[in-house]
Design a protein around this ligand. Structure first.
Ligand SMILES: Nc1ncnc2c1ncn2[C@@H]1O[C@H](/C=C/CNC(=O)c2cc([N+](=O)[O-])cc(O)c2O)[C@@H](O)[C@H]1O
Ligand SMILES: [Mg+2]
Length: 214
């Protein structure tokens, strides 16, 4: 039931996941999307790579581009130290509304700020709106042709500091070739590829971790 895939995912979370338990929300979505209906969550396999980077970095300020249903927002928030914040951006109001409910069901709403709107409009406003100096960690998982322009915009807006880390999903499938060429070719980044698979499939995909050197 539910007319859209995100609505069906939310319905599954509300009927199967334990309220207030972020892990059970993550596991419920993974089960549903692996066995019932594929959806573009970072998923369990690549999610483990993302988890390890979040735990290593322990970001105070983290940004996610492309919330979708909130799967990775919940996954990340469940690992954040106290008084850390994940700001996640989503310009589709239908997806944003679903994500808010998934985030609330998981009980992580006090760690997540969901901004409804396009990243291109909001990135230049982040410092003023949120009293931010820079992001410790950024997860890119929105339209793949937005990865590079948004990265350049974050540089220009001074949102990256020496040591800020960019983590990009789908650098192989669907692929972000211009972004990959940029972070791998630029002397301002130290980039590393984590080979994995496209969520819930055996297709190759991977995550690129790029440290901004300033
Ligand atoms: N500039 C922007 N500002 C704010 N929100 C934005 C945005 N651009 C896109 N979004 C939102 O981010 C999500 C898009 C994700 C694209 N992923 C994908 O296209 C994707 C596709 C496959 N796949 O086809 O196998 C697998 C994956 O893991 C994927 O992430 C959607 O919720 C969309 O509304
Ligand atoms: Mg993705």
């Amino acid at each position: 039931y539910g007319s859209t895939r995100p609505e069906r995912i939310l319905a599954e979370v509300k009927s199967k996941a334990t309220r207030g338990d972020a892990r059970s929300v993550v596991d419920t979505i993974d089960q549903y999307c692996r066995h019932q209906e594929w959806a573009m969550n970072v998923g369990d396999e690549k999610g483990t790579i993302l988890d390890s980077i979040v735990c290593e970095v322990k970001p105070r300020a983290m940004l996610e581009l492309g919330t979708y249903c909130g799967y990775s927002a919940v996954r990340i928030a469940s690992l954040l130290p106290p008084n850390s914040r994940l700001i996640t951006m989503e310009f589709n109001p239908v997806f944003a509304a679903i994500a808010r409910q998934v985030i609330a069901w998981a009980g992580v709403e006090d760690k997540v700020v969901l901004i409804e709107g396009p990243s291109g409009d909001w990135i230049p406003k982040m410092k003023k709106e949120f009293g931010l100096t820079s992001f410790d960690l950024v997860f890119l998982d929105h339209w793949k042709d937005c990865y590079l322009p948004d990265t350049k915009l974050m540089e220009e807006c001074g949102l990256l500091r020496t040591g800020s880390i960019l983590v990009a999903d789908n650098v192989i499938c669907p692929g972000a070739p211009d972004y990959l060429e940029y972070v791998r070719g630029s002397p301002r980044y130290e980039s590393k590829y984590f080979r994995s698979h496209l969520e819930y499939t055996r297709v190759e995909d991977g995550i690129e971790k790029s440290v901004f050197l300033g």
